[in-house]
Design a binder for this molecule. Structure first.
Ligand code: BES
Ligand code: ZN
Ligand code: ZN
Length: 486
């Protein structure tokens, strides 16, 4: 575990194994840059993400275009990744940002996120890096607001640690992180953060007539779990309900996935894990909103009892669903969970899911898809994503795609009659389970692309990213800010 230590000293007064210097906008003419004379010889030009590590001088230079939050966040993570193989125990750097919290939150996020590695399966490799010393001296010699920086650092730490919690859940192998084990982990996190937990099993789902969720679960050797966590501070002014897809493994069911597509499907509980990360962060930050997290948790397996293409299921709200493809299971589980979630009378209803491969085809695998009927709400999510340093794009609904999920023998089919726009038709399927009065309150986040990426990118290392946590926490922080400014 690393720790960021904010010290009331100038950079040169601090002792550390390595000094980290951001080369801002190719300006080599700054007092922190001591090796400009050899930059040219070493072909270092200070381009974005360009790294120059001078081990014998114990200094690492990283190019950033300007000191925006996101550049600092990614630069911090990149520095840690580059220094991973060294035996450095400590790093020091100065302050850079110029936005309201001076980039301190972003730097903290970058360091804590960049230090993350899911490597506990290896023979214990010592985590050597322990401390990051942040000097109180600014790059552009502005005055330092100590309390603003300290609180920004602690917000950044809470957020990053919640993201890392989500990453751990998603990275855990599927035979270990079973539905039952996800309940254990959710209870543990709830206990540590004073949250209420309700876990509902098969009997409850049967009583509630959640025929879609139950069908997906049928071939699994583990019972279905509907996990409901609640954070309810004494004073709150908005009620937010988050619904997460928690498929601890998605084989595709009888519409079996080909082996290469099945690989990585341990990530199919990424939405549920992200929702858990959000409630963890929001409760740690003690924000004045109430949060209900509702997770539909099961495996999508095969076996003699598996639900079948051709089956017709009845969801909690009475709508009938013709099963065309058992691999479109997430929407079935979410359909029933969304019905249950609306009984909580939310002000905001947001579901988060690794729902469709089509979302990655539409947006690329670094970007989450945002969908819903409320343009304002979607915009707020997009701008929260920008602040958080995550990529989100909206995918628009239209009535013609809506018609493509009509069935001849039931109310709807679980996949559309067109192969185009699959992320949108999946969201339109979910919309069938949103009551009219809740349509403006609802948004859907498809994180199939960014939840798990098999390379290092930005603040992420190979594997689970914790996608969605930072965006949703920033979204909730913005709701609170807007309320406080009224
Ligand atoms: N869990 C998958 C979606 C997914 C794909 C997530 C790739 C992450 C990476 C989902 O349950 C699924 O299988 N969707 C199908 C839908 C199809 C049958 C209409 C898909 O995207 O191929
Ligand atoms: Zn599937
Ligand atoms: Zn799935």
């Amino acid at each position: 575990m690393i720790n960021i230590v904010f010290v009331n000293k100038k950079l040169k007064e601090i002792k550390a194994d390595i000094e980290l210097v951001f080369v801002v906008n190719k300006n080599f003419n700054h007092q922190w840059i001591k090796d400009a004379q050899i930059f040219d010889f070493l072909s270092f030009s200070g381009n974005e993400d360009e790294v120059l590590f001078l081990p014998e001088k114990r200094i690492i230079y990283i190019g950033i275009v300007n000191a925006t939050d996101d550049n600092l966040r990614q630069g911090a993570a990149l520095a840690l990744r580059k220094l991973r193989k060294t035996k450095a125990k400590s790093i020091k750097l100065g302050l850079y940002g110029h936005e309201n919290d001076f980039g301190a939150r972003a730097l903290a996020e970058g360091f804590y996120l960049g230090a993350y590695q899911y490597s506990r399966r290896f023979k214990k490799e010592q985590e050597r890096l322990k401390r990051i010393y942040l000097a109180s001296e600014f790059y552009n010699s502005r005055a330092t607001d100590f309390s603003a920086i300290k609180s920004a650092l602690s917000v950044g730490k809470v957020i990053a640690q919640s993201v890392n919690f989500t990453r751990n859940l998603v990275n855990t192998p599927p035979s270990e992180l079973t539905p039952v084990e996800l309940v254990v982990q959710a209870r543990k996190m709830a206990r540590e953060n004073g949250l209420t937990v309700m876990v509902k099993g098969k009997d409850f789902l049967q009583k509630q007539k959640m025929g879609a969720f139950l069908a997906v679960n049928r071939a699994s050797s583990y019972p279905p779990q509907l996990i409901h966590l609640r954070y309810k501070p004494k004073k709150f002014f908005k009620k937010i309900v988050l619904v997460g897809k928690g498929l601890t493994y998605d084989t595709g069911g009888l519409s079996l996935k080909p082996s290469n597509a099945m690989m990585t499907m341990k990530m199919d509980m990424g939405g549920a894990a992200a929702a858990l990360g959000v409630i963890k962060a929001v409760s740690k930050l003690a924000l004045p909103v109430s949060i209900d997290v509702i997770l539909g948790v099961t495996e999508n397996a095969i076996g003699k009892d598996a639900y079948k293409p051709d089956d017709i299921l009845t969801a909690k709200n009475g709508k009938t669903i013709e099963v065309i493809n058992t691999d479109a299971e997430g929407r079935l589980v979410l359909a029933d969970c969304l019905c249950y979630a609306q009984e909580q009378n939310p002000d905001y209803l947001i579901d988060i899911a690794t729902l469709t491969g089509a979302a990655m085809i539409a947006l690329g695998n670094y970007t989450a898809g945002v969908m819903g009927f409320n343009e304002e709400l979607k915009k707020e999510l997009l701008s929260a994503a920008v602040v958080a340093g995550e990529y989100c794009g909206t995918l628009p609904f239209n009535k013609f795609l809506q018609q493509k999920i009509k069935s001849k023998i039931a109310d709807i089919r679980n996949i559309a009659t067109t192969k185009y726009g699959g992320a949108i038709t999946a969201a339109l399927f979910l919309a069938e389970f949103i009551e009219d009065k809740n349509k403006p309150k609802w948004a859907h986040l498809d994180i199939a692309g960014p939840a798990y990426v098999e390379e290092d990118w930005g603040v992420n290392s190979f594997g689970a990213t914790g996608a969605g946590v930072r965006t949703l926490v920033s979204f909730i922080i913005n709701i609170v800010k807007k309320h406080n400014n009224k």
